[in-house]
Design a protein around this ligand. Structure first.
Ligand code: NDP
Length: 497
């Protein structure tokens, strides 16, 4: 089937009710039919399978890697500003198809149409951010190392980069890797999550149609254990850029040890939020609600634990609970929905289990705690925005990552206890503090063990600033100019007289 035919059919998936079979890969600038078993793609809003995507075998992964290898020589030899120019034009072409991509992302992921628009716009912004940086890249030069001797540092792309991406933000988490990798001259093979392959495939086709040369960006869909492992162990892949859970990140790191592959790991989090007695409490409660329930709580940087000073705790709990109860839960494609379903039935089971096990140990359920009553939503994977107050500090909602719309809130005596509780986690991704006391705010930034601290600000990620977790939340950085360091090798050159 021609690419054009498949494009039309795939875009129709966003609207039509039929079940379609998709080839599963985009390799060397064309549709590629994977040889593996088909994986079903389900609409989380109604539990209905609407497409089957052929999974990638090791041979399919090899075809994609060889395509990326062939494209590398020419792509890496282009001037960096030329690569930026090509990527910019291709990103602009994707942008012109936003209205087609938005419902497709909602249909396979579950998020609201509004959130799909935010995600896709952000994915394009990230590509454009690195297009801008491509015009500003400068090197280093050190004169007079010894009399008549000078030095400079060369940066070279690594080669073929493998990008393994989860289902919660299929396109932004891809762009975070694709943009710095391509601008620095690498070529890429991506494996999206097995449950969200469609938007990524279409994204790749659109980039290609917009001028990205064949083979520079390839996609092979399929399951983690088969397709992901084949990519992570392929001898011609020089780096794996991984976003996902901490247990799988540990496996990827071990796989990358063979051949000393480069690796960046953006993993799970359990972000603490500290609300002090002098904070703007209304603003803090809004940020907590947004930070926890956005994308149905399925974000690495979601606010997953709140610690509030005793003296203002009742007011804060009441404000957050009221907001949770007001949120309109509904199908992502329904008018007025503010929170869609969880992504899979298994994901809902996991979150419900964590809430139930926590409540069995103690704490008060202030909101939610189960699926909505609405019979119209019964087929989907919905779960109400949930608030649990003062559960034990060793309960699952304190010690595990809760990847769904359930927020625990604890009262704390003072700032020191808040910091101690915030750091009592194996994760260290994001964190936030709300206070009007500048000294306290700066202390929080210094003392919290995490890669990001927001002060009186909602938990938004900026392309300008490096992002990456401490402790079990990851290794390496995405975003910012720092990302370039993770897609290049440097060489020191010394020039004598
Ligand atoms: P997983 O780790 O299960 O999956 C992530 C990706 O890895 C998917 O493409 C998956 O494929 C693949 N994969 C799974 N097993 C293997 C394997 N053995 N070898 C190679 N690849 C494999 O994560 P989730 O899908 O559960 O995603 C949610 C997690 O991602 C949460 O922990 C969240 O915090 C984290 N995350 C971190 C972010 C960050 O920037 N720090 C941002 C967003 C999410 P398949 O889909 O087929 O299983």
């Amino acid at each position: 089937m021609s690419i054009g035919g498949n494009v039309a059919r795939r875009s129709e998936l966003a609207r039509t009710g039929g079940r379609n079979t998709i080839s599963g890969a985009f390799v060397d600038g064309a549709e590629h039919r994977n040889a593996g078993d088909p994986l079903p793609v389900t609409n989380p809003a109604d539990g209905q399978v609407f497409a089957d995507v052929a999974g990638g075998t090791a041979a399919d992964v090899d075809a994609a890697v060889q395509s990326a290898r062939r494209a590398f020589a020419e792509w890496s030899s282009l001037a960096v500003s030329k690569r930026g120019e090509i990527l910019g034009a291709a990103a602009h072409h994707v942008e012109q198809h936003l209205d087609e991509l938005i419902p497709l992302l909602t249909r396979e992921q579950g998020k609201t149409l509004r959130d799909s628009r935010i995600e896709l716009t952000k994915a394009i912004d990230t590509l454009m951010h690195y297009v801008g940086l491509s015009k500003a890249l400068r090197g280093t030069h050190t004169p007079n190392l010894d009399p008549g001797v000078e030095g400079y540092v060369l940066r070279r792309p690594l080669g073929v980069v493998g990008a393994i991406v989860p289902w919660n933000f299929p396109t932004t988490l891809l762009s975070n890797k694709l943009a710095p990798a391509l601008v620095t001259g690498n070529t890429v093979v991506a494996k999206p999550a097995g449950t969200t392959p469609l938007t990524t495939l279409r994204f790749a086709e659109l980039l290609h149609d917009g001028g990205l040369p064949a083979g520079v960006f390839n996609v092979v869909t399929g399951s983690g254990p088969t397709t992901g492992t084949a990519l992570a162990t392929h001898p011609d892949v020089r780096k794996i850029a991984f976003t996902g859970s901490t247990p799988v990140g540990e496996q990827i790191m071990a796989l990358c040890a063979r051949g000393i592959k480069r690796v960046t790991l953006e993993l799970g989090g359990s972000d603490p939020m500290i609300i002090c007695d002098d904070a703007d409490l209304a603003a803090a409660a809004s940020a907590a609600s947004m930070g926890r329930y956005y994308n149905c709580g399925q974000a690495c940087l979601a606010i997953k634990r709140v610690y509030v000073f005793e003296s203002v705790a009742d007011e804060v709990v009441e404000a957050i609970t009221a907001k949770a109860k007001r949120l309109k839960v509904g199908r992502g494609d329904a008018e007025g929905s503010q929170m869609g379903p969880l992504h899979t039935a298994a994901q809902r089971e996991e979150v419900a289990g964590q809430v139930d096990r926590t409540l069995a140990m103690g704490g008060r359920l202030a909101a939610g705690g189960g699926p909505p009553d609405d019979a119209g939503l019964a087929g989907g994977f919905f779960y109400l925005p949930t608030v649990v107050v003062d559960p034990p500090h060793d309960a699952p909602m304190a010690t595990e990552e809760v990847f769904g719309p359930a927020l625990p809130i604890w009262r704390v005596r003072d700032f020191d206890e808040a910091i101690e509780r915030a750091n009592a986690s194996r994760f260290g991704l994001g964190s936030s503090v709300w206070t009007r006391d500048l000294r306290r705010a700066r202390q929080a930034a210094e003392r919290i063990e995490a890669g990001y601290t927001w002060i009186n600000s909602r938990t938004k990620v900026y392309d300008e600033l490096p992002f990456g977790g401490w402790k079990s939340s990851g290794y390496g950085k995405e975003h910012g100019e720092e990302a370039f360091d993770y897609y290049t090798d440097s060489k020191s050159v010394v020039v004598g007289s």
